[in-house]
Design a protein around this ligand. Sequence first.
Ligand code: ADP
Ligand code: MG
Length: 286
Amino acid sequence: MTSTAQEQGTGGRQAPVLEVEGLEVRYGRGRRGRSALRGVSLSVAPGETVGVIGETGSGKSTLARAVLGLVRASAGSIRVGGEDVTGFGDRRWRALRRRGVVQYVFQDPLRSLDPDLTVADSLTEPLLVRGVPRAEADERARAFLDRVHLSADLLGRLPGELSGGQRQRVAVARALVTEPALVILDEPVSALDSANRVQVLEILKELRASGTSLVFISHDLGSIAGTADRVAVLHRGELVEVGAARDVIGRPRHAYTRLLVGSAPTLHTRTASRSERDALRARLSD
Ligand code: ADP
Ligand code: MG
């Protein structure tokens, strides 16, 4: 899968936005060091949403951190937008992040948002840094707030003056405002109550139409089920199954995936959450 993708090169129309090949990440050194990821290969096509599922400790956040340059690969390679970033040091990672190719949303929006910046500043700052004129940045901030279904009334608020759900939607808007090729979302709905979870999942689904690629990480298969095109299953640092979402969830091949599908409480209540989503969609289209 990844080798074919690589052969297409950066000039290919469907050249992957992310290519992870044989990735290993070790924490700690020497004999006491442990590998959190082993032999992980995954590619993400433009506009594709890939769900990464696995229980706590399976290495999901380590994968996110490696792709964001926050931990180093001990083996294997990572290509972002066709560029091999595996050997990048801090300076080149900072430059890459400044270009806004990859953005992120973490479980706790207070980690993705500066607590001292108003919503308006959080949204315009990444644009101003890239030289977007102030008036255009202000306009884009309003447009992206609207895309996450928040009112422009919130522009003057600090993160601490927002509800958890509003805050996470601002974090999503901030990740998107630079129109990145790839957004890594690590447990973006896990800290939200069910009403907010439904709203944010709905927004993530709408984003699929925008052409941005998403890596949507969750320990909860139910959250990923309705959003991901493909699903990758991590088990103890290894990818045990990757496939179309409907196949992985509908006909899991690996025993561990079957266990996940069988024990996902939200999958059993999908009819309820779907009707909640329909109700929400009706409300949003008012
Ligand atoms: P997940 O996000 O799936 O819960 P993590 O990627 O956070 O999993 O962790 C994977 C494994 O790596 C776990 O065994 C965890 O204890 C270990 N780990 C994570 N971060 C560190 C770290 N900074 N130092 C040492 N071990 C870590
Ligand atoms: Mg994690």
